[in-house]
Ligand binder design. Structure first.
Ligand code: SF4
Length: 491
């Protein structure tokens, strides 16, 4: 997962790109970069958290009223400095590009870029490949005489990308002397939203980003989503061109609603917070049907993504909601930390049980998901250590049975507990008195119930193995898993 943002403004953008990255920090904590344009490209990148990378001096050096930014959470390529986005090429024009997603035919595309297009790839990042493909497709066009003609060139370049690049990709790009470009893959798997702001002189500033979490603090009004298969071009003078180049089924990632997106975000015209409330309601109804005689004394979320679902589950069951596990906010989310050892070690540092909330009670824990199962098992052990008489475990999503190849860094099939164990076996492994998962249909219903959205069917491949894009057969899955293992091991 990553977070991207592009801003066109009537005033310098560097500070607002920095603020955007702060509000997208939850989407990637590995590294970040900002590129702006004024007379030339101004660049700054680094590893770590946004607040630690960009000093006042660095922000002051990022000149210009137009720019793009990226927060990195690697799902392809290594962890080195050279892999930090945005990527940049000087031919043609000077193009910088940042991307959220994952290209499933990276190997084939890398061969095209290096052989038939004679370009050198400096990293193993799929973003670098995407940049060179985009640059080459623009390079082969006739010099445009005006913005409209340039937009025509952009449309035919991106149409070719849609035809040849498989997987998930939401993109922002900065082109010297031309402006800001954004496009989203034809299934709209990864999110991309847009906003507008009018200044005192009546001039419009524009933002395109992974989530709208920075819109309110920066004064932008939401304008909905960049549609699947749509391209948007904002010229240096602020003129906006847009076109939906391809119409396929709209299949946004459902895991954004379960775990990744910030609760205050609205993605694909669906409120993340409201969808999580509905997940809790649906789960409570299932619990009532399955275990009518097992009503807990207290419901505690595994903080903090599950807080919202736990709250509505408690309301629906008529049970007290409690913050019986205190989360130290200064330790990163365990899902994001690479390596099993660090993850296991971090649970007890991160979560402290409150004895007064737990001792002598039947406790229900609500979590957003169970991936490997280690964190959940540790939580159950802590609750029993603190005197819970019974522990029930409710999961806001269905069992995760297959990895994501569309930009969420999930473990391999071997490591996914639900790929290797039945629900009963997981119950025994966790040592819980009862375990319940959300049904696939109930999860999809929770996201789609309300909102003026145009989602056909969310991607749920990590729960049902039905990958959205055609190339995802078993051979491809094996190949991508191997590639990911090599990336992790730094080979
Ligand atoms: Fe999202 Fe899962 Fe689909 Fe990946 S496989 S895009 S995590 S729903």
């Amino acid at each position: 997962m990553c977070g991207i943002a592009g801003i066109y403004s009537n005033k310098p953008v560097a500070a607002e790109l920095y603020d955007s990255l702060i509000h997208l920090q939850h989407r990637g904590q590995d590294a970040a970069g900002i590129f702006t344009y004024k007379n030339r490209m101004h660049k700054s990148k680094g590893s770590g958290l946004v607040k630690d990378i960009f000093t006042d001096k660095k922000i002051a050096g990022l000149k210009g009223n137009i720019g793009i930014a990226h927060n990195r959470y690697p799902t392809h390529g290594g962890f080195g400095h050279g892999e930090i986005q945005p990527f940049w090429t000087s031919v043609p024009y000077g193009i910088a590009l940042a991307h959220n997603g994952n290209l499933t035919n990276y190997t084939e595309l890398a061969k095209i870029v290096t052989s038939s297009e004679s370009r050198y790839l400096n990293t193993q990042s799929d973003t670098e490949v995407l940049l060179h493909l985009f640059a080459d497709l623009l390079h082969n066009k006739q010099q445009p005489t005006d913005d409209e003609e340039f937009f025509g060139n952009l449309c035919s370049a991106v149409e070719k990308i849609f035809d040849n690049v498989h997987g998930a990709y939401s993109v922002v790009s900065l082109i010297i002397g031309k402006g800001l470009v954004a496009f989203r893959d034809p299934n709209g798997i990864r999110p991309l939203v847009k906003g507008v702001r009018t200044n005192k002189e009546g001039k419009k500033d524009r933002i395109i980003a992974s989530e709208n979490t920075m819109f309110y603090p920066l004064g932008f009004e939401p304008e909905g989503s960049v549609l699947p298969g749509e391209i948007i071009y904002i010229t240096q003078e602020g003129v906006v061109f847009n076109k939906r180049l391809e119409k396929q089924t709209f299949n946004p990632c459902i895991f954004e609603y379960v775990y990744f997106a910030r609760p205050d975000a609205t993605l694909n015209d669906v409120s993340v917070y409201r969808s999580r409330l509905r997940m809790g309601q649906n789960l409570a109804e299932k619990w009532k049907q399955k275990f009518p005689d097992k009503i807990p004394d207290i419901i505690i979320p595994a903080p903090s993504t599950a807080n919202t679902s736990a709250l509505s589950m408690a309301n629906t069951l008529g049970v007290r909601y409690s913050e019986g596990l205190y989360k130290n906010p200064f330790i990163g989310r365990t899902f994001i930390m690479p390596g099993q050892k660090a993850r296991k070690k971090s649970v007890r540092y991160k979560l402290t049980p409150q004895r007064t909330e737990i001792e002598g009670k039947k406790v229900m824990i609500v979590d957003d998901s169970i991936v490997r199962g280690n964190t959940s098992r540790e939580i159950v052990r802590m609750l029993k250590d603190f005197g819970a008489t019974e522990v029930y475990f409710a999961v806001a999503c269905p069992p995760v049975i297959s990895p994501c190849f569309y930009g969420v860094d999930m473990p391999t099939r071997k490591e996914l507990i639900a790929n290797n164990k039945s629900v009963d076996e997981i119950k025994k492994y966790l040592k819980v008195d009862q375990l319940i998962y959300q049904d696939i249909d109930s999860l999809s219903e929770a996201v789609m119930r309300k909102g003026d959205h145009h989602i056909d069917q969310p991607c749920m491949a990590c729960f049902d193995k039905k990958y959205i894009t055609n190339e995802m057969n078993i051979q491809k899955i094996n190949e991508l898993e191997e590639m990911r293992i090599k990336d992790r091991n730094g080979k």
